[in-house]
Design a protein around this ligand. Structure first.
Ligand SMILES: Nc1nc2c(ncn2[C@@H]2O[C@H](COP(=O)(O)OP(=O)(O)O)[C@@H](O)[C@H]2O)c(=O)[nH]1
Ligand SMILES: [Mg+2]
Length: 450
């Protein structure tokens, strides 16, 4: 499979001033010499301004770079054509390259080759995808951390510790004449504990890492007229949702993505929840409000601070509570005469945010509070897990190490078995023991030309 020469547009389907077409494989150089008007001795990593031919006609004038194996992204001979970004040129160049012996690359196939040639481990390869997908500063930094190999390095260290311990245990299993001194229980426990602590710490970052990568989903809920739509508008900074004095204005859920302190936040404004919907549309709207709450990471409960809590709000509170989510309580309309705060007993733990959508009071504080956990986690050592596959592998390794701790004093074979499994999961994270079909699935989710 590595012996094929593959080609693809690396710059996506959009039309741009320049597009990059990439070729990788043993025939790259030969194909290059056939497509340019003049074959030459190509100095690797130098750019040449060349004429590309389509038979007797000129296809384009392009900047061409040759990377000689193994000093390239894929580890193979690679050629990159920076052509004018027309759909015709891109499409025709691919046809010509294929006519000269290349074939269209599959999704992620360049990265897969880089991985197979040991240029990247699986985590770094996935980091590339995340870097490309990152739409804000925090997600970008997180992805860059994986791409740079921070997470890989941490995993390698843990692997090393486990592998050394396992080797010492296994030699003694083979030592039937018991010539070697036995390993001390406390030493084994300590070594396992070191790795276990790291794994637990990494796994614990998933809840926040996931939010940073995918965005924090926030549902604005409350009874009609409390000011949910006004709050959405205040948060996004323009009149996104319709605001009126009439209760029941918002029928559908309104979604808006915003960037708060470099973090992605997905806000959903919902239809007000009350006892009686006036018509079917409002009824469906209320159903969607409940769904938005179920899907949310954070529920912002908007109340009218100039009124005391109504019966409908007490009912709503029961619904909100059931969700077991992080809840921020907003007392809106604080520019009016403020009603005395009289919260039910089980609500007392919530500190309300005093807000006026009309004057803007308190909106900045609410924004900061929304992304607080994300910005805080980011300022730690920067290694965060954001990928479900990584998280699950860590949990499996954790389970086996916990089992191993229980077996420290009860015979080497069981202990060794759990350590072997834990080691396997760490290797699987890095792609060292991952079966080909699983690798195929992972790389097929990459973008074209990557
Ligand atoms: N005085 C004042 N009125 C507000 C404030 N926020 C919203 N309103 C008014 O309350 C009414 C209902 O607002 P809206 O955002 O549509 O509420 P929703 O039904 O919860 O979406 C509108 O007349 C708004 O102008 C506020 O902070 N102060
Ligand atoms: Mg509304």
């Amino acid at each position: 499979m590595l012996s094929d020469t593959i080609c693809a547009v690396a710059t996506g389907p959009a039309r741009g001033a320049v597009a990059v077409v990439r070729v990788s494989g043993p025939k790259s150089l030969e194909i290059l010499n056939r497509v340019v008007s003049r074959a030459r001795a190509w100095e690797p990593r130098h750019q040449y301004f060349c004429t590309l031919l389509d038979g007797a006609e000129i296809l384009d004038k392009a900047l061409v770079t040759y990377f000689a194996a193994p000093a390239s992204f894929t580890g193979q001979d690679v050629v990159e054509f920076a052509v004018h970004g027309s759909d015709y040129i891109k499409g025709r160049l691919l046809e010509i390259l294929c006519a000269y012996g290349a074939r269209p690359a599959k999704r992620g196939e360049f990265s897969q080759r880089a991985f197979l040639n040991g240029k990247l481990d699986l985590i770094e390869a996935q980091g590339i995808c995340d870097v490309i997908a990152a739409g804000n500063k925090a997600a970008h930094r997180l992805a860059m951390g994986s791409l740079e190999g921070k997470l890989s390095k941490r995993l390698q260290e843990m692997k090393q510790t486990l592998a050394e311990l396992l080797a010492q245990i296994e030699v003694r299993l083979d030592d039937v004449d018991e010539e070697m001194a036995p390993l001390e229980g406390p030493f084994i426990t300590q070594q396992i504990q070191i790795v276990l602590t790291h794994i637990q710490a990494l796994a614990a970052t998933f809840s926040v890492g996931r939010l940073i990568k995918d965005g924090l989903k926030v549902a604005l809920v409350g009874v009609p007229n409390s000011g949910k739509s006004s709050l959405l508008n205040a948060l996004v900074g323009f009149d996104r949702a319709i605001v009126t004095e009439a209760a029941g204005t918002t029928r559908d859920t309104v979604e808006e993505i915003l960037d708060i302190n470099g973090q992605k936040v997905i806000l959903t404004d919902t239809a007000g929840i009350r006892d009686h919907a006036v018509d079917v549309a409002e009824q469906e709207g209320m159903r969607r409000s409940v769904r938005a709450m179920e899907n949310a990471d954070v529920i912002v409960w908007v109340t009218d601070g100039s009124l005391s809590l109504s019966a409908a709000e007490e009912t709503l509170w029961q619904q909100i509570k059931q969700q077991n989510k992080r809840i921020l309580l907003v007392r809106n309309k604080m520019d009016r005469t403020v009603a005395p705060l009289d919260l039910p007993a089980d609500l007392k733990g919530l500190t309300p945010f005093a807000i006026s959508c009309k004057t803007g009071q308190g909106v900045a504080e609410l924004k900061n509070a929304l992304v607080e956990q994300m910005t805080h986690a980011e300022s730690e050592d920067g290694i965060l897990i954001s990928n479900l596959r990584h998280y699950e592998a860590l949990l499996r390794a954790q389970t086996d190490l916990e089992e191993a701790l229980l077996k420290v004093n009860s015979g080497g074979e069981f202990l060794a078995e759990h350590l072997r499994k834990a080691l396997f999961y760490l290797q699987d994270l890095l792609g060292e023991v991952t079966p080909d079909d699983v690798l195929g699935i992972i790389f097929s989710k990459f973008c074209m030309g990557k």
